[in-house]
Design a protein around this ligand. Structure first.
Ligand SMILES: Cc1ncc(C[n+]2csc(CCOP(=O)(O)OP(=O)(O)O)c2C)c(N)n1
Ligand SMILES: [Mg+2]
Length: 325
């Protein structure tokens, strides 16, 4: 394991709190009808995004899903560029043309997130093969859900990555549900990580509510990928606190189930660990307040930012010219 320095632990705490605060703030604004479109929220899963991204270098890349806010924040996107994208503003990360499910910032390694379930397993594999063929010391990460593990692309992507020893890490965030379908109704085996054996690669199960455990598992997988030994499938057992998307009240699960997972909240647990160690809880309180202000500022910025110019509606959506004549 690469132990995290105190600064890295504080960064991990700040990252998880930023995701939670931002998502909670969006939720309250959404209920007031102030957020355009829908939201797929990440509360509860913060330790996965932060634990994995803390094991990566800036020039490593990640591929996310319809639930990308946590991944984007963890990889270093600015809150302003995410918020402005959610509000469809010109200052958004893709000029307001993508919205919540298409967060992108190539400069920090946040590749275009993809709402087609399972698709990024193949795309991340392709990126990793590109790194390998060009001799670049870089790793690609594919984040996807338990539901995606029953899509054909899961088999095709992981099999190809395994055969080619591609420098890619597959992170299955098993949050127990694919929309309203519980994992037990869609998957006969207990652990998705067990499927790794079918591809001849390591399968690792990790507590997705424990940021240090996720960091350790991700660090091992990233080191393996960098050493040319190929991919790893990590299954992070976790839970989403909110409904699948904002229109979903989540009636298919019990209050008791939700409460049991909240008992293991990744932020509360990590905060306790830090406070039991050498970190002054007052410093954590100060960080919480700074994060709350940064979230508020980013949302204010986005809501008051100018709309995109309609004249640019088709650029860069279509190539300028594909016909040399
Ligand atoms: C190929 C495909 N099929 C169906 C959908 C509709 N859909 C969007 S999200 C989702 C559930 C995905 O569940 P999971 O992979 O577990 O991710 P989670 O939402 O739990 O993060 C479905 C079925 C889609 N976007 N793409
Ligand atoms: Mg799921």
């Amino acid at each position: 394991m690469t132990p995290l320095t105190t600064d890295q632990q504080l960064n991990a705490y700040r990252g998880m709190v930023t995701i939670r605060r931002f998502e909670d703030h969006l939720y309250h604004l959404f209920l007031q009808g102030l957020v355009p479109g829908t939201l797929h929220q990440y509360q509860g899963q913060e330790a996965v995004a932060v634990g994995v991204c803390s094991a990566l270098r800036p020039n490593d890349v990640i591929f996310s899903t319809h639930r990308p806010v946590g991944h984007g924040i963890a990889k270093g996107m600015s809150l302003e560029s995410i918020a402005a994208e959610l509000w469809g503003k010109a200052a958004g990360c893709v000029g307001g043309k993508g919205g919540q499910m298409h967060l992108t910032d190539i400069s920090v390694g946040m590749m275009p997130s993809n709402a087609i379930v399972g698709a990024n397993i193949l795309i991340a594999t392709g990126a990793a093969l590109g790194f390998k063929l060009r001799g670049e010391d870089r790793v690609a990460v594919s984040f996807f859900g338990d539901g995606a593990s029953n899509i054909g692309a899961f088999h095709e992507g992981i099999n190809l990555a395994a055969v080619k020893d591609a420098p890619v890490v597959f992170i299955c965030e098993n949050n127990q549900y694919a929309a309203s379908t519980h994992i037990s109704l869609a998957t006969k085996i207990e652990n998705i990580a067990d499927r790794a054996a079918g591809y001849g690669i390591p399968g690792v199960i990790v507590d997705g509510m424990d940021v240090l455990a996720v960091h350790e598992a991700a660090t091992n997988a990233v080191e393996r990928a960098r050493a040319g030994e190929g991919p790893t499938l990590i299954e992070a057992k976790t839970y989403r606190y909110m409904g699948h998307s904002r229109g979903d009240p989540g009636k298919y699960r019990t209050e008791e189930e939700l409460a049991a997972w909240r008992e293991r909240d990744p932020i509360e647990r990590f905060r306790q660990l830090l406070a039991d160690g050498e970190i002054d809880p007052a410093a954590l309180d100060a960080m919480d307040a700074q994060v709350a202000q940064a979230v508020e500022d980013a949302v204010q910025f986005a809501m008051s930012a100018p709309d995109p110019d309609p004249a640019g509606a088709t650029t860069p959506v279509y190539a300028e010219s594909v016909n040399p004549s």
